[in-house]
Design a protein. Sequence first.
Length: 244
Amino acid sequence: MSASEPSVLAIGAHPDDIELLCGGTMALYAQQGARLTFAIATNGEVGGPGDDPVPIAQRRFEEATAATRALGAELIWMGFQDEMLFNTREVRERFIDAYRQARPDVVFVHSQEDYHPDHRTAGQVAIDARIPAAVPLVRTRLAALDKIPHLFIMDTLGGVGPAPELLVDVTRTQQLKEELLAIHDSQVEWMRIAYGDDYIANARTQASLRAMGTGFAYAEGFRSLATYPSTGGPELLPAPWVAA
């Protein structure tokens, strides 16, 4: 990473996605003085037990607020309906304004091959919004970017899909990542109830598996967006990292 620390935008479909898929890397950026913005597309209001989505959404907003505050990040809460995120004009314009508000050098987004439709949609819209965010005649509430940011595609839950090309050593921030995940205690509870999963242990296992052969204890994986134009590369990641 260059001497001038970047502005970093991470875009997640649900309130805990960023911490799950790149929380260790975000913690490294935070420790190095980068400016962080977390943009969350949906309320997450169906991700919990009970028959009333309103308190679930409120609880998840409070958890997201606390987790971003713990990293010193800014939170952009888009408020779209959980499980019903689509690539519409309204959604795309809101994503463009997330770019324009954060004014990032580098952006982290969901994989288009992820298991969850909201993840896939959020990833595609984030990719689609990258260039228009820098086009002045694409008019939204906020002014256009001065430059097109570089974009990294996050790993998927369970590591399903294309293998990462780049692996960031998150050994020294893995514990902090787990503490951030624990802030999302509604999801610790919900994953246990709905799937019988240990939410935090699963994240630890994936980070351990991604680190195999690297000399790291824990790693998070990414791919660079390969489409035109090229506006950056692995040098924007926090060191140390290796090519997979």
